[in-house]
Design a protein. Structure first.
Length: 157
C-alpha cells in the first residue's frame, strides 16, 4: 500500500496488537508517506470478548491504544462512517505541509469551537490580519464583501 500510487490513504480496523512496538515502528514509517486512519474495535466488554473468541486478539484499553496511535500521528476515528468520510476527504485533499490552519465560517460560535479543536490537536491558528493569507483572501471575489477577520485565524463571513 505504501508504494502503490493508487493508494492515497491507509485505513485500518484493529481489534488488538500482538506486537505493539513493531506496529508503532511501522506506523511511523507509513505516516511519513501517507495518512493513516485507525478504527479501534473491541472497546466494550462484549466487543473484547468477541475479538478474543474470533481472532484471539486481546483488545486492551481503548483509551491507551488511541493515545498511542495519536502520539504516532495516526488519525483515530470512532466508527466506520467517520473512517470512510475522513478517508474520502484525505483522498481528495492535498497533504498539508505544516500544522497551521485558517478557519472560515459563518458563525462566531463555530469559530470558537474550531479554535478549541485546533488547540486540542496542536494546530496553529496564525494571525490573518496583515498577513499573506489576508491578501490571498481579499483577492477571492465576493468572499469578503460582508466578512470580518477575528484573530487568531478566523474569518467570519
Amino acid at each position: 500500500m505504501l508504494e502503490d500510487p493508487g493508494t492515497d490513504v491507509i485505513c485500518l480496523a484493529i481489534e488488538g496488537l500482538k506486537k505493539p512496538k513493531k506496529f508503532l515502528k511501522r506506523l511511523d514509517y507509513a505516516r511519513a508517506k501517507k495518512p493513516v486512519i485507525i478504527l479501534k474495535m473491541g472497546g466494550s466488554r462484549l466487543g473484547s470478548k468477541a475479538a478474543l473468541s474470533h481472532t484471539g486478539a486481546v483488545t486492551g484499553s481503548e483509551m491507551v491504544f488511541n493515545a498511542a496511535m495519536r502520539q504516532h500521528g495516526a488519525l483515530v476515528v470512532d466508527d466506520f462512517e467517520d473512517l470512510l468520510e475522513l478517508a474520502s476527504l484525505l483522498q481528495k485533499c492535498h497533504r498539508p505541509n505544516g500544522n497551521s490552519v485558517a478557519v472560515i465560517t459563518t458563525s462566531g460560535s463555530l469559530g470558537t469551537y474550531l479554535s478549541d479543536l485546533c488547540e486540542e490537536f496542536k494546530l496553529n491558528l496564525p494571525e490573518i490580519e496583515g498577513s499573506n493569507l489576508e491578501l490571498k483572501l481579499l483577492n477571492i471575489e465576493g468572499l469578503l464583501s460582508f466578512g470580518a477577520f477575528r484573530n487568531p485565524g478566523i474569518l467570519l463571513i
